[in-house]
Design a protein around this ligand. Structure first.
Ligand code: ATR
Length: 276
């Protein structure tokens, strides 16, 4: 049998840890498969997806900045269509089928650490593809959301697509006032990501110790936002590594129909992060 090929497409792509994570999972389950990173420019996205299908590639992840544009080249499932972005393509049914596992990845981590989401006040920093996926799931769980974004129009648009959401700017005073009443703060922006690791939109003085602070940035594992949260005495701090692993695990299930070895995947990511 021919080795199965999977991969991730995006630009830039060299810092993605998805190859390390999925290859560790294939190895642990003894699957004859390999996962590679492909740098794909936006204007070549359609060719890349059609080419992947022709080459017999089994599945792809899609990352920044291609998640929204890739929708046009696949049959997306209902959730991904409503989110407006995909991060997973499955080629095994003939037609490229698009899914979005970002939101379920974030929800899984939050439920594990926080429990019940219904009625929680959640402040989301950012209004891009990742924010949309996460907001969609938390809204469906009955959370009350506030979207804070640099471009306010984008925040307004996202909030208006949800059942129970509002939007604000990133101005410090406004953020501080809303964080005072928030149960959960989630950063979905790339602020704090390697190589600009000393940046944060929220500092210790703006947080309270009862807050749950979740950063989806996974490189570095402990971002400046999470260090500030520690300084503020925050008890529940959630690293982006967990979301990377759970969204990857959900993609793995779609592609293989098998239960992914999440602990193996998390160890592989943490080991790669400690070496980088
Ligand atoms: P993704 O699909 O990964 O979410 P995206 O759609 O490009 O990526 O969204 C990135 C988000 O991070 C956006 O909310 C963006 O704000 P704008 O809508 O104003 O562009 C936010 N973002 C990126 N860089 C930022 C920065 N330096 N400061 C504040 N917000 C930033």
């Amino acid at each position: 049998m021919v080795k199965k090929v999977y991969g991730v497409i995006g630009d830039p792509i060299e810092h993605s840890l998805s190859p390390v994570m999925h290859n560790a999972a294939f190895e642990a389950l003894g699957l004859d498969a390999i996962y590679l990173a492909f740098r794909v420019a936006e204007h070549e996205l359609g060719d890349a997806i059609r080419g992947a299908k022709s080459l017999g590639i089994a599945g792809l992840n899609v990352t920044i900045p291609l998640k929204e544009k890739a929708l046009a080249f696949v049959d997306a499932d209902d959730v991904a269509t409503r989110i407006g972005a995909i991060n997973t393509i499955d080629f095994t049914s003939g037609t490229p089928t698009g899914y979005n596992t970002d939101g379920i990845g974030a929800l899984t981590v939050l439920k594990e650490r926080v429990g019940e989401i219904r009625g929680k006040e959640v402040l989301i920093l950012g209004a891009g593809g990742a924010a949309r996926a996460i907001a969609f799931y938390l809204d469906a769980e009955g959370a009350r959301l506030t979207i804070a974004n640099r471009t306010e129009d984008r925040a307004a648009m996202l909030a208006s697509s949800l059942h129970n959401a509002d939007f604000i700017s990133l101005r410090e005073e406004e953020l501080k006032r809303h964080i005072r009443d928030a149960d959960i703060l989630i950063n979905t922006t790339p602020v704090g990501m390697y190589p600009r690791a000393d940046a944060t939109l929220v500092n210790a003085g703006m947080m309270h110790s009862e807050l749950v602070v979740f950063d989806i940035v996974y490189n570095p594992a402990e971002t400046k936002l999470l260090r500030e949260a520690k300084k503020a005495g925050v008890q529940t701090i959630i690293e982006g590594v967990k979301m990377l692993v759970y969204q990857g695990a959900a993609s793995f299930r779609i592609w293989t129909g098998m239960e992914p070895p999440v602990e193996v995947m998390e160890s592989a990511v943490r080991e790669a992060l400690s070496l980088s």
